[in-house]
Design a protein around this ligand. Structure first.
Ligand code: HEM
Ligand code: HEM
Length: 166
């Protein structure tokens, strides 16, 4: 078909894959209940993690914004929009998880350990977490779909089960 096969850059792939254990770590060491935040050491380490997470996301977003998608040039407009929507939503929702976490931590720090505002932000934090699980699932299903389509989108980013060039 003469289709140019785009490979994401080494930095693009590194940022994409480094994020997976970073997010996994954030989920793994999640706060189980807000009373744990009475431990000042834990509160500070959670806040620092959220700031590092945010800075990483911002850097990745700025770098990747100027990169092209690996979707083939004949991809339909609706599919291009859908891909962009899922990718952009992932950045928004992940940012929201970190910012709401920082909001919870700040309120706790200021002594507002109960009340409607804190409960609402915790609710938003958890809602955003459920949302990101849906988005990541859709994203992985889409990647598998492309692998089956054999259009080289998978191999542009994923280092295993690579497509063979005929
Ligand atoms: C924490 C989990 C993941 C997140 C948050 C995520 C997020 C993203 C985002 C935002 C992009 C757009 C490029 C960028 O800004 O970096 C992207 C591209 C891509 N991801 Fe993921 N990803 C995840 C896991 C995976 C997994 C497990 C696979 C495959 C099994 C995968 C396959 C791909 C592929 C093939 C692309 C390239 C799409 C294109 O060029 O248009 N991702 N990912
Ligand atoms: C990027 C950083 C963060 C990630 C990835 C993250 C992740 C999570 C996850 C996965 C949950 C459980 C959601 C659920 O089961 O529905 C959770 C709950 C929670 N997180 Fe975070 N979080 C982050 C930052 C923070 C920060 C900075 C704080 C506060 C200092 C915080 C405080 C809480 C609280 C209070 C809950 C609710 C616990 C409960 O069920 O009562 N999070 N977070």
């Amino acid at each position: 078909m003469g289709q140019k096969r785009l490979q994401h850059s080494f930095l693009g792939k590194s940022l994409h894959w480094f994020f997976v254990p970073l997010f996994g770590y954030g989920v793994f060491k999640q706060i189980e209940n807000k009373e744990q935040l009475n431990d000042l050491g834990l509160l500070i380490s959670e806040m620092l993690f959220a700031v590092a997470f945010l800075l990483f996301l911002m850097f990745r977003f700025i770098y990747m914004k100027r990169r092209k998608t690996a979707l083939p040039s004949e991809t339909s407009k609706i599919q291009l929009i859908a891909a962009k929507l899922v990718h952009t939503s992932m950045y928004f929702v992940l940012t929201g998880i970190a910012i709401s976490g920082l909001g919870i931590g700040t309120l706790f720090w200021l002594g507002y350990k109960d009340g409607l505002l804190l409960e609402t932000i915790i609710w938003v934090h958890e809602l955003l977490f459920s949302t990101i699980l849906w988005l990541i699932s859709i994203h992985i299903l889409a990647a598998i779909y492309h692998r089956i389509q054999h259009d080289f989108v998978w191999s542009s980013m994923v280092p295993f089960f690579k497509e063979k060039v005929k």
